[in-house]
Design a protein around this ligand. Structure first.
Ligand SMILES: *[C@@H]1O[C@H](CO)[C@@H](O)[C@H](O)[C@H]1NC(C)=O
Ligand SMILES: *[C@@H]1O[C@H](CO)[C@@H](O)[C@H](O)[C@H]1NC(C)=O
Ligand SMILES: *[C@@H]1O[C@H](CO)[C@@H](O)[C@H](O)[C@H]1NC(C)=O
Length: 352
């Protein structure tokens, strides 16, 4: 029973993730007539368009089947974040680059997410959920003037936070840069974003703690942004995941409009700091006690060695003296006997 329960616990995050990532889809074939796709999430839900693409059907269907040749369409939809949407389907198919065929259908994939899963960036300080959305105030309606808001996402140290910009429209002045902006940063890097964006993963910041700042000026106000954050990999309950720490090499986003800078601001929360301290303490204690014990043993050994050396030295110096005496005693008569007295003085001199 307990085994089954733990297996279910292991599967839950995966099932949850699959259910959320697949979503629903709606599609239409190209017939030469003007067509529209109507999506209705209902009040209390926000529409998130995860994918739109042109496809060529091998089986004469008007929706995607495995093996179809497809091509992604990367356009922002103004209805993103609203509870319903009317999407105008192009009148005719597009030539698909990767299979050299004319597309036969157009498909939109979407999810309907409860409004309560989205947090207003100006109404929150720290988010610790495994998944959620952050938006500018009043999204999908326009934000207001002179806002300066900051929120922080913090998940387990064994995880990283994946950020996806689902929708963004922030004031930009051509090549002069951002007028209103979103600024995301961790201890090492930061990213500043503005302008029009749609379904864009931010891979620059890989960390378990990311801060997101939003600033608007007193000029034009736009729709704002809607961001998805997801902790990765999923936490496995009842099993400490400290052994599998992610060491991910830093990546730089390919988007040319993203300004990446190495930054100084280091905002670490007190709890995170104390957590790492707590983790380090037992290790430090063990190491220092081992070092202490070893030092003590070494000192005792050294004292014993010195003592023995001192004793030995006394013994051997005495022995050597007696040996010398013996040696001299035994040799001298021989030398005396063989070489006579002239050599005795030489021998003694030689020995000293
Ligand atoms: C493919 O589409 C183009 C326009 O995008 C059209 O001119 C052409 O006739 C189409 N080809 C076929 C085989 O349908
Ligand atoms: C998070 O990003 C990593 C790559 O950095 C990717 O492998 C993983 O699938 C992403 N997870 C989610 C839930 O998007
Ligand atoms: C854009 O920036 C330039 C230089 O700062 C300024 O001269 C121009 O008036 C700005 N345009 C708008 C629409 O803000």
């Amino acid at each position: 029973m307990a085994r089954l329960e733990s297996t279910l616990y292991l599967l839950l995050p995966l099932l949850n993730y699959l259910a959320k990532s697949t979503g629903e889809s709606i599609s239409e074939c190209f017939t030469g007539e003007q067509k529209t796709l109507r999506i209705n999430c209902g009040s209390g839900y926000m529409l998130r368009i995860t994918n739109t693409f042109y496809g060529f059907s091998n089986s004469n269907t008007c929706s995607f089947r495995a093996g179809d040749c497809t091509q992604l369409e990367h356009t922002p939809y103004p209805c993103t974040g609203r509870d319903s949407c009317l999407i105008t389907v192009p009148r005719s198919g597009k030539r698909l680059d990767n299979c050299d065929k004319n597309s036969t259908y157009f498909q939109v994939q979407y999810t309907c997410d409860p409004v309560i899963e989205t947090t207003d960036i100006c109404q929150s300080s720290v988010l610790t959920a495994q998944r959620g959305y952050i938006s500018t105030p009043r999204f999908p309606s326009n934000y207001r003037d002179n806002l300066d808001c900051l929120t922080r996402i913090r998940v387990d140290p064994s995880q990283q936070i994946n950020l996806t910009v689902i929708d963004m429209d922030l004031e930009i002045n051509g090549t002069y840069g951002c007028k209103d902006w979103m600024y995301a940063f961790n201890q090492y890097r930061s990213v500043t974003l503005c302008g029009l964006r749609f379904n864009e993963k931010l891979t620059t910041l890989q960390s378990n703690e990311i801060s997101i700042k939003f600033q608007s000026n007193e000029l034009t106000n736009k729709k704002g942004f809607w961001i998805l954050y997801e902790a990765w990999p999923p936490l496995i309950p009842s099993q400490p995941s400290t052994t599998e720490r992610l060491t991910v090499p830093p990546q730089i986003t390919t988007s040319p409009e993203v300004q990446t800078t190495k930054i100084a601001p280091l905002i670490t929360s007190n709890t995170a700091v104390s957590n790492t301290k707590e983790e380090k303490l037992p290790f430090v204690a063990i190491v220092s006690s081992v070092i202490g014990t070893l030092t003590f043993i070494l000192i005792v050994l050294l004292i014993i060695l010195v003592y023995r050396w001192w004793n030995d030295k006394k013994d051997t110096s005495y022995k050597r003296k007696s040996q010398d005496v013996e040696y001299l005693d035994t040799r001298n008569p021989a030398y005396r006997s063989s070489t006579g007295t002239e050599f005795s003085g030489v021998e003694i001199y030689y020995n000293r």
